[in-house]
Write a protein that binds this ligand. Structure first.
Ligand SMILES: [Zn+2]
Length: 330
């Protein structure tokens, strides 16, 4: 069963979260494997995407924001795009576009950052926008401050959190064919946090990136968590092993319907709009060679079919398809 656990270190400006996705993750993999045009993910792509799914779940659960969190890696190698979209209720979907060979030994940079042109983007897309409002987006490269290629999704995101949120963050991520899991430890921002009453943190002490001894000690403990442990141990065991000397307060875990879970928001209407945007000529040229236009959703694999009559309807009455207030891509 998939689960997400939140906890606080008592009296310290540090919080943590563990996510462990099992059925949610295998559902995403099963749908991909049954897509006859793509087939299953090559292992390194699968593990990169699983780590992104775990990380995006943690990041969405970590913020108070009414909108989708979209984590994307735009690659310059055989993987062109990997994307995870997590809704405020933690419903999520994910996909990756693989255009070249990826064998079992392929590294992160060999997949998405061959020429140091790869990018990671985090987008916060509000559910209700005022006219003309753009989603917030932060972008970081896949290299460090010395332009060395980063080989871990976790390191890319730690870099992002430090750069754009000014937050010390430690992430441990792991994925295989059964589990996508992650541990997040974060130094709390100084304002607006109820748990700081018992700590010695003062406002004058606000800018302490990298300097908070409590955070640093806990971060070192968190970083000692091995990939195998994260994939195989239950959450209670992980927290006991890492933080047995710390005093932590745990919250009611999110499980089942409240845990991160697979759900796709695709629809026939949206696919229809996409066909309209391709243009009538393109649609007619496909229909001159075959009976249907078939479009498979890349997230869930559902096939949408449009025959000549459906297509004619799309192009004669395109306005009918615009659903006001719907979630539109930009
Ligand atoms: Zn879908």
């Amino acid at each position: 069963m998939s689960e997400l656990h939140k906890f606080l270190f008592d009296g310290l400006p540090v919080r943590g979260m563990v996510v462990r996705l099992t059925d949610t993750w295998t559902e995403i993999l099963r749908r991909r494997a049954s897509n006859s045009s793509t087939g299953a993910y090559p292992e390194p792509v699968r593990d990169m995407l699983g780590e992104m799914v775990a990380a995006a779940s943690l990041m969405q659960a970590n913020i108070k924001f009414d909108g989708a969190l979209v984590l994307q890696i735009f690659g310059d190698g055989p993987v062109k795009l990997a994307v995870v979209e997590v809704q405020p209720d933690l419903a999520l979907r994910a996909t990756a576009t693989v255009v070249g060979e990826v064998d079992a030994a392929t590294t992160l940079s060999q997949m998405v950052n061959v020429g140091n042109e790869g990018r990671c983007a985090i987008t916060l897309d509000p559910t209700s926008k005022f006219p003309g409002q753009q989603p917030y987006q932060g972008v970081v490269p896949l290299f460090d401050d010395r332009r060395h290629k980063i080989e871990k999704v976790s390191a890319v995101l730690e870099h992002y959190m430090l750069q754009s949120e000014q937050l010390d963050t430690t992430l441990v991520l792991a994925s295989n064919d059964q589990v996508a899991a992650g541990l997040l430890i974060q130094r709390l921002p100084m304002q607006g946090t109820d748990n700081l009453s018992g700590s010695m943190v003062s406002k004058e002490n606000e800018d302490q990136i990298g300097l908070n001894e409590h955070y640093n000690r806990i971060a070192i403990l968190a970083s000692s968590l091995k990939r195998e442990e994260l994939l195989t141990l239950d959450v209670d065991t992980i927290l006991r092993r890492l933080f047995w000397e710390e005093s932590i307060t745990r919250f009611e875990p999110l499980e089942g319907d409240t845990a991160p879970r697979f759900a796709c928001s695709c629809s026939r209407e949206r696919v229809g709009r996409m066909l309209v945007s391709l243009g009538r000529e393109e649609a007619e040229s496909i229909l001159s060679e075959r009976a249907d236009i078939e479009v498979a959703c890349e997230f869930c694999g559902v096939q949408y079919r449009f025959d000549a009559i459906d297509a004619a309807q799309l192009f004669t009455a395109p306005l009918v398809l615009h659903v006001p207030g719907g979630l539109e891509p930009h």
